[in-house]
Design a binder for this molecule. Structure first.
Ligand code: SAM
Length: 235
């Protein structure tokens, strides 16, 4: 065998043996669950912003939202729970790109919310109260509506909200229920809830409601905060 051929073979062998560099080695050996816990404890509340406003979102879920909004061509997004408004502004900016629509931002507490955008309409109050539901209903008439629940995460409140708002969702559009992940982890894991939360509420809701199916294709990035949380209205 010629020297050149031996050199080529050795090069190929070295490429196949190429060791993973530190610190990437540790990074890529991390289990998915650990990534989620790290995201929750170190990133989501401290270092997650949309255009300078804090957004309590998993970016992989946010990517799925743009996909759904583009597909559904929503006129109205009802966002239940806006906090500081980064997520609300994100939704409004997506509608800017689509070229139509409004975000109805519902929150009981506006003390930290400072976002302003022509596409955002705010309603302040308890999401499940008849006055708030009625105001939202008035803005949804004959519109293509998507509902995104990120309000209070107890099973009881989510259940009330699902019953109050699911009827607004248009056929082929979505009822997105955030943060069911808290029902999958233990409370000591910093991501787990102490009481039943959104995932349990969704599972019960689906038992009596055949208008919605879980679209698990929207969970394809695996790292979702919304297990069984992408509910597509089919009838
Ligand atoms: C998880 S934060 C929302 C985060 C926000 N969607 C984002 O992406 O940054 C939950 C919000 O729900 C609001 N909330 C809690 N209980 C509520 C209720 N009964 N009605 C309306 N909003 C409520 C809280 O004030 C808080 O701002």
């Amino acid at each position: 065998m010629s020297i050149q051929r031996i050199q080529k073979k050795l090069q190929k062998l070295y490429r196949n043996l190429r060791p993973m560099r530190q610190p990437y080695r540790r990074r890529f050996r991390m289990r998915l669950g650990k990534w989620l816990l790290r995201h929750q404890s170190d990133i989501v509340f401290e270092k997650c912003y949309w255009m300078g406003y804090r957004a309590l979102k998993n970016p992989l879920d946010a990517w799925i939202y743009q996909e759904i909004i583009h597909e559904v061509q929503t006129d109205i997004i009802i966002e239940i729970g806006s906090a500081e408004g980064g997520g609300t502004l994100y939704l409004a900016n997506l509608l800017d790109l689509v070229g139509k629509g409004k975000v109805i931002s519902i929150d009981i507490d506006r003390s930290k919310y400072h976002v302003k955008h022509d596409r955002i309409v705010t309603i302040t109050g308890d999401s499940a109260s008849p006055e708030v539901v009625e105001k939202a209903a008035g803005l949804c008439k004959d519109k293509t509506v998507l509902v995104l629940h990120d309000g209070e995460h107890s099973k009881e409140q989510v259940t009330k909200d699902l019953h109050a708002y699911s009827g607004f969702v248009s056929i082929n559009s979505y009822l997105i229920v955030e943060d069911g992940i808290i029902d999958l982890f233990k409370p000591k894991d910093c991501l787990g809830g102490r009481k039943d939360g959104p995932l349990i509420a969704v599972e019960q809701f689906l038992k009596d409601n055949t208008n919605f199916i879980v679209d698990d294709e929207r969970e394809r990035y695996i790292m979702t905060y919304n297990p069984k949380g992408y509910l597509k209205r089919i009838k």
